[in-house]
Design a protein around this ligand. Sequence first.
Ligand SMILES: Cc1cc2nc3c(=O)[nH]c(=O)nc-3n(C[C@H](O)[C@H](O)[C@H](O)COP(=O)(O)OP(=O)(O)OC[C@H]3O[C@@H](n4cnc5c(N)ncnc54)[C@H](O)[C@@H]3O)c2cc1C
Length: 469
Amino acid sequence: MVLPGSSRNAFVSMPNTQSKAGPRPTPGSGVLDFIAIGLGPFNLSLACLAEPIGDLHGLFLERNEDFDWHPGMLIDDTTLQNPFLADLVSLADPKSQFSFLNYCKQEGKLYAYYIRERFYLSRAEYNRYCKWAIGQLSSIAFGSQVERVEYVERDGGHYVVSGRHVRTGAPFVHRAARLVIGVGSVPQLPPCCEAAREHCIHSAHYVARKRELQGKRSIAVIGSGQSAAEIFYDLLKESDEHDYSLTWITRSPRFFQMENTKLTLEMISPDYIDYFYNLPDHVREGIIARQDSLYKGVNASLINQIYDLLDDRRSRGRNHARLITNSELTGCHYDRAGERFQLRFVQRDEGVQYAHATDGAIFATGYGQNVPGFIDGIRERIRWDDRGRYRLSRNYAIDVNERDIFVQNAGLYSHGLTNPDLGMSCYRNSCILRELTGVEHYKIERRIALQDFSVPDTDAFVKAPLETQ
Ligand SMILES: Cc1cc2nc3c(=O)[nH]c(=O)nc-3n(C[C@H](O)[C@H](O)[C@H](O)COP(=O)(O)OP(=O)(O)OC[C@H]3O[C@@H](n4cnc5c(N)ncnc54)[C@H](O)[C@@H]3O)c2cc1C
């Protein structure tokens, strides 16, 4: 089946079977089972897992003309933070034709991969793998910017998704019983940068703006997550050629590594989601605030590489870099005449604030939740928390009936640190597909951890409410 106005669209299908969460009544003609909006790795994983399911009619709408995974951070030699098994499908279906190993086999790379023993793919290779998977899918319509979603009661009730084709500006309209929103997150600058916004370069645009930055005499890298570390290292490696000075400044008390010891990695699990999801809102907020080192830190190997290079530069009397922790950016002014940033920081431990002038600055200050404008037409069908964020059901639905609108990568405060992790994509998509079809097409692991996150429910551990102690 081909949809009007889309170039690479067809459908996957499966027989409807009974389920509690289940399939909705058969939609009227022209009404798809689901429309997925956005094609990052999470919805792409859904597309791959949905492809072999017969009779499930889905369409994936992506505004870009092609897939490119965070192109602004496709720096040479950077790798994924997960082993290759966290590909688009393997943790749901290791036999899938869309697995990374099948990609290697089909592309004649399998033996080279076996010999290299590099379990952490380069980001560029992951990008090529995703493009290869897309080449085999027929359910994706690129260049389709979704602008509006509405709900109509007719034909058993369904969503009307409209927008325009990016290249031609021509409008499109599609209809579906359900939605899966996977629009990713949005680059975030500290609030104090608002007035200088047009001059601030976010890490999301680093690669495209790198040459411009390298033309400056001094560059400040703000932030100390993985992106900041990769950018600092990339600029440091080339600083001799360009002769700029580098300053790396972070609010964090130290340049901390991302924890990845095995018992900590067990927190990226269905067990931990169940535990975390059932805690009160304020407790979850507090936990997330204390978990920076679990999902915001830097790979230990990269910290070591940075150290070694800095030390080497120092030995050769060529160190033009400075690293400063404990410094919160509180002011950011761009002086147009002098073409310089005037930055202001607070060092709370010492009780001082200080100014720092720099010609160039790159802000690796993270990403925030993306609540897209196109949902304005269905706001009242969505559950919100008191901070204006989606309130997710355990199975990733955000609508009031907990069965119509699903979200990818929008549940940090409900499902915890598993939310942005590529390694949990297959799990989440197996759950979403079960909700969409009423059938557990991919076996969903309930328990994988060796440890208990809740107090164990056995006679050996006697629970009592805190107040009675
Ligand atoms: C540089 C970087 C490296 C990362 N590395 C890792 C890693 O190694 N391991 C890990 O577990 N996690 C990693 N992450 C975190 C996370 O897994 C990624 O951010 C991942 O890309 C998120 O995927 P997504 O599908 O949610 O969104 P995205 O990849 O952001 O994709 C969203 C898509 O939605 C499209 N879209 C948005 N609005 C519309 C609209 N209105 N109409 C149509 N399309 C729209 C966008 O064009 C985009 O293509 C990394 C994040 C970053 C920034």
